[in-house]
Design a protein around this ligand. Structure first.
Ligand SMILES: Nc1ncnc2c1ncn2[C@@H]1O[C@H](COP(=O)(O)OP(=O)(O)OP(=O)(O)O)[C@@H](O)[C@H]1O
Length: 263
């Protein structure tokens, strides 16, 4: 089991921001975490990464339970995390290759002498993600799409069991977004892929490989399960509280607001 949450609730400044979360993520599945602004997605990720603890309930991530075998640092080394927070922490002046290599040491900046094996692995990952041509460029000079690839490469260096991608397409144009999604799809479909948890505001980003979806609404699980069962016109209209249309095209859903019927 990758993630197990039992009756998890979390209070922040007197307000329940997550309530009664019961959720299991099994190895072999790839999940989309979908919710509107303020639904609690970031808080849920913080619980998984042990930056935040539940007020009530129990959490086990990668077999480690808080308060028992739980050591936050040890746990985080087994989780690949790609988010704007990680981007902010990077060492200025590092090139793309160095950023990727630093993932092997879970550090921001490269302070250790790398081994030949790690160097080679970094090159392989850069090649796989299509980043080789800008490997020697300063990370800061890369486009947003290139930066996200490098951050995913950095996360993959540590062979994570769980890969969390928190809104990785933020700030990307249509083509850059689709190219990045293609790369993520390729990672997800590899036999030895880490379990992916993909956090997004955009239904259109659900890839065929994301077989499970969690719909989070106002701090509660609205529904969780097979993507094709949840992401339907009926269920999504209930989720939003307004009529919407969902069209599936080539294994990808498209969402639009349904036109009001006029009498
Ligand atoms: N440090 C905090 N103190 C108090 N309330 C907080 C804190 N952080 C988040 N919240 C509240 O918790 C709720 C959930 O926030 P969270 O950031 O987890 O949502 P989200 O789904 O990630 O939203 P978004 O998509 O806008 O990033 C919000 O109502 C938010 O105002």
């Amino acid at each position: 089991m990758i993630i197990e949450m039992e009756n998890v609730s979390r209070k922040r400044e007197g307000k329940w921001i997550l309530q009664e979360i019961n959720w299991k993520v099994e190895k072999g599945d790839h999940w989309v975490l979908y919710g509107l602004n303020g639904a609690g997605k970031t808080s849920l990720l913080e619980l998984i990464n042990a930056y935040l603890f539940p007020t009530t309930g129990t959490i086990r991530v990668l077999g480690m339970e808080f308060g028992k075998t739980y050591l936050a640092e040890r746990l985080r080394r087994r989780i690949g995390f790609v988010s704007s927070l990680v981007q902010q922490k990077l060492e200025p002046g590092d090139n793309a290759y160095e950023v990727v290599l630093s993932g092997a040491y879970a550090s921001f900046g490269l302070y250790e002498e790398t081994t030949e094996e790690i160097d080679q692995k970094g090159v392989d990952i850069l090649r796989e993600l299509g980043c080789l041509e800008y490997a020697n460029r300063d990370y800061d000079t890369l486009s947003q799409g290139e930066k996200q690839r490098v951050l995913i490469g950095r996360a993959l260096m540590a062979d994570p069991e769980l890969l969390i991608l928190d809104e990785p397409t933020n700030g990307l144009d249509f083509l850059a977004r689709e190219e990045l999604l293609e790369s993520i799809g390729r990672i997800a479909e590899k036999p030895d892929a880490p379990t992916i948890l993909y956090v997004t505001h955009h239904i259109e980003e659900i890839l065929p490989a994301f077989n499970k979806t969690l719909l989070l609404k106002e701090g509660k699980i609205f529904d969780a399960g097979a993507t094709e069962v949840l992401v339907t016109k009926e269920r999504m209209s209930e989720f939003f509280g307004i009529p919407v249309n969902v069209i599936w095209d080539n294994g990808r859903p498209l969402l639009s607001k349904a036109q009001a019927v006029r009498n």
